[in-house]
Design a protein. Structure first.
Length: 685
């Protein structure tokens, strides 16, 4: 018997490996965008550093972008610098890399140091390369041989705090600290051999950027606007007329006789009078958060969107307007140019009717009706924050957002209106029949509405106190909720929930259906479970899956099961695993994926779609796995009714179960009684 089982497992694995060897995931045609952290150019070639997807480049003024060569795949690149035709990249976790062929390939040049955590800024002064948080273990390091060897350049600095920025202006070198409110700025005129204080007149704020226009030096602060110095940084005066109050100035550049200042959340401003006054550019960039400004010939290039969570302790959220913007008329108008930039981060994919919806971490919402070949922005009216789910009830769409609450659309998502302002901090949202259900983790409750959000009633009956619902799932007459204590099933007859007692007390975050089989995943050590009797009994099928990467989503169809995984405790995700025998064996199905941290997985039409944390979206034909059906959520069959008597208290705890026999003696109070498929509420006096 064991030999036969082993042969079956090996054959099943080989059947999966055969298509895997010749098929792979392919990137969808958008939605495009990127969390761009830095810009650089060599002649007319533009380079964009991203937060988690390496470096991309454009040879046609930003119209299209492609990934640069091997060596920086999936890297978090914090800074770029060029010296002639040599391109340098400072990274988080990968030290410093260099390219001698315009990004076709990369080589590490960190001097053999194994202690580099991040290199947040690079600067070039003549032929000298400077790095902050560099290879020699001090705030600023220098290399006189293109990165082969390094030496300290921090002698005389007033602090050794981490997160220092270094920049060059002419023959001067500046060191600033953006993450500390101390107005820190120092200057060196001898290539970092010695430093002097250059902060006189600066307020106690973080200094993000230093730039120059002629003999005037400008400093951009994290919330103090722009300051100007006419004596090389020895003294500073405020120069904020026209700039919004308390807005971080993240980048400054010069084109012709204009100075441009990029802000966080308020777009781009320019000055035509050496910084005395400022005017906002084209209104299309009003909400843009700018991480970098650069010039390529007569073209202005802006990188929109700071990396989520800010940088080096500066806590700023991600911007909705992520990617690259270009201006060909000295900043009068700006055009997004993101085609090919795939550093988009998705939180969820949702299929409704014939549409695939993608929810992005920056709050943007797109939909596709042609298997990801084209996308329509349907974010109008949404607040630009974390979207947890989208559902349809009758002809209306509902969008649940953590914080602002519930939004509704009556035109297929082309516009949204805020409804039910009292229902906020939504983490789970679903519909069952004509009823809309939302889970509010702040109130530890489930609410329902039958009138589009006008009135709400508590639908938590049977759930334990302080419940946190992580996911809903339904098919035909089965309606389930995944909680931190297992799976609960809703019984319309009693308008309450009861716990599927056979499944251990695990945190359940993903549920999938396939014909008469239910799959459920627990991320807190339980793994994936399978039930063939509508949840009466469960079997653990997690044996072949990696234990270090929690599962984020499950898809099941024609006895095949797919599990997507994400990073955990510093470990990278394991990508996507597939099983063709209902979980008896699993095999990696990652060929073609650039990012193994997969946040969502759905079936749409004849394809599987995978959303990643940092490298966009991918799709793969179901036929690669021998699946012919385009229907993924089959309707589970109800188990054969029996005479088993089950009794639950109003907290959903099973207090009695027996296949035959009369009702036991119970304490007085209300209970939920279930016999086979019949459920009713009883009261013991």
């Amino acid at each position: 018997m064991r030999k036969g089982l082993l042969i079956a497992v090996v054959l099943s694995a080989s059947l999966l490996r055969a298509p895997e060897a010749r098929c792979q995931w392919v990137q969808t045609n958008g939605p495009y965008g990127a969390q761009v952290t830095a810009l650089a150019n060599i002649s007319s070639i533009i380079f964009a550093a991203t937060s988690g997807d390496g470096v991309s480049r454009s040879t046609d003024s930003g119209k299209t972008w492609t990934h640069t060569g091997p060596g920086l795949t999936r890297a978090y690149v914090l800074s770029l610098a060029t010296c002639g035709t040599v391109l340098y990249a400072g990274t988080y976790g990968n030290g410093i890399c260099r390219s001698l062929d315009s990004g076709a390939s990369w080589q590490p040049i960190s001097g053999g140091s194994q202690s580099i955590i991040f290199v947040n800024r690079l600067a070039i002064l003549g032929n000298i390369l400077f790095a902050s948080e560099g290879p020699c273990g001090v705030p600023i390091c220098r290399s006189d041989d293109s990165g082969v060897t390094w030496s300290p350049a921090s002698s005389g600095l007033r602090t050794n705090l981490e997160g220092m920025f270094v920049s060059t202006l002419g023959s001067r070198l500046f060191a600033t600290l953006p993450a500390y409110h101390m107005g820190y700025c120092e200057c060196s005129t001898d290539s970092g051999t010695s430093w002097r204080d250059a902060s006189s007149g600066l307020p106690q704020r973080g200094v993000w950027v230093v730039s120059a226009f002629g003999n005037t030096v400008f400093a951009g602060l994290d919330s103090g606007g722009v300051f100007r110095s006419n004596d090389g940084g020895q003294s500073w005066t405020q120069s904020n007329h026209g700039l919004p109050l308390n807005t971080p100035i993240t980048s400054i550049t010069v084109l012709g006789d204009k100075i441009f200042a990029g802000t966080y959340g308020n777009g781009i401003y320019f000055s035509s009078d050496s910084g005395v006054s400022w005017t906002q550019t084209d209104s299309s960039s009003t909400r843009l958060s700018v991480s970098s400004l650069s010039t390529v010939g007569s073209m202005l290039v802006a990188a929109g969107g700071l990396a989520s969570g800010g940088a080096f302790g500066v806590s700023y959220p991600a911007s909705k307007n992520t990617g690259v913007y270009c201006s060909f008329d000295t900043g009068t108008t700006w055009t997004p140019r993101n085609n090919g930039l795939t550093n988009t981060s998705f939180t969820r994919l949702v299929v409704i009717d014939s549409m695939l919806y993608s929810c992005q971490a920056d709050g943007a919402l797109f939909r596709s009706s042609d298997s990801g070949d084209s996308w329509v922005d349907v974010s109008k009216g949404l607040p630009g924050t974390d979207i947890c789910a989208i559902v349809k009830v009758d002809t209306l769409l509902y969008c649940g957002i953590y914080g602002p609450g519930l939004y509704r659309s009556n035109d297929g998502g082309l516009s949204w209106n805020h409804v039910a302002p009292d229902v906020t901090y939504i983490r789970s949202l679903t519909s069952f029949g004509e009823t809309l259900y939302v889970a509010n983790p702040e109130e530890h409750a489930v609410w329902q509405t039958l009138d589009g959000g006008i009135s709400w009633t508590d639908a938590s009956n049977g759930l334990p106190p302080y419940s946190y619902v992580y996911t809903f799932a339904s098919a035909d007459s089965i309606f389930l909720a995944g909680l931190g204590t297992g799976i609960y099933r809703f019984e319309p007859a009693s308008a309450g929930w009861y716990r599927m007692n056979a499944l251990p007390h695990y945190y359940v975050n993903a549920i999938a259906f396939d014909r008469n089989v239910i799959y459920a995943n627990s991320t807190d050590s339980g793994g994936i479970f399978r039930s063939s009797d509508s949840g009466v009994t469960w079997t653990n099928i997690n044996g072949w899956l990696p234990s270090y990467a929690p599962v984020t989503a499950l898809v099941a169809n024609e006895n095949c099961v797919f599990a997507s995984t994400f990073c955990n405790a510093g470990e990278c995700g394991a990508g996507i695993y597939a099983s063709k025998d209902e979980g008896l064996s699993w095999i990696s199905a990652n060929l073609g994926l650039r990012d193994s941290n997969v946040t969502s997985l759905v079936q749409f039409g004849h394809y599987l779609f995978a959303a990643t944390s940092n490298s966009g979206m991918y799709k793969r034909p179901l036929s690669d796995f021998g699946i012919k059906s385009s229907v993924s959520k089959q309707m589970p069959n109800e188990p054969t009714k029996s005479n088993t008597l089950e009794i639950y208290d109003l907290l959903g705890r099973q207090v009695y179960r027996r296949s035959e026999g009369a009702r036991p003696l119970l304490h007085s109070g209300a209970y939920i009684e279930r016999v086979g498929g019949e459920v009713r509420k009883i009261f013991i006096p």
